[in-house]
Write a protein that binds this ligand. Structure first.
Ligand SMILES: [Ca+2]
Length: 134
């Protein structure tokens, strides 16, 4: 089991394009696996349409790896990919918009996922996560 507690945390920076602070996934300590930062349970029981937006900035080093946004309606037992990108260069800062209409009426979690070897990455910054009705 790889220790990861220092990799993810709130930083007093604004690289994703929002206002400080923001979340950061750091490359060090190294791991080659899947890492998920996930939200509390979101109750969209009374919603008919849903949209997710967030700001992010990923600083690339070399190689390739994948960034994803996934959702789970069974408390993390299974994850469904809503957005993904194979990283081969810096990404952002930019705002991503994802339609989540299929989750209206559900309770779910949202995860920001790094899949690959963190040696290939520098930092991934995330900020201003908004889930709203369209
Ligand atoms: Ca912020």
């Amino acid at each position: 089991m790889v220790k990861r507690q220092n990799q993810l945390g709130v930083r007093n920076s604004n690289n994703a394009g929002g206002e400080a602070p923001e979340m950061r996934l750091k490359w060090n300590p190294l791991f080659d696996d899947t890492s998920r930062l996930f939200s509390p349970v979101i109750d969209a029981d009374t919603s008919s349409e849903l949209k997710l937006s967030f700001k992010h900035f990923n600083v690339y080093v070399f190689g390739s790896y994948e960034l994803l946004v996934q959702t789970s309606t069974d408390d993390g037992t299974t994850w469904n990919t809503e957005w993904n990108v194979m990283v081969t260069g810096d990404i952002g800062p930019e705002t991503i918009y994802i339609e989540l209409d299929h989750l209206a009426g559900e309770t779910f979690r949202i995860a920001w996922v790094f899949d690959g070897y963190t040696l290939y990455n520098d930092d991934w910054y995330i900020d201003d996560i908004i889930v709203e009705e369209n």
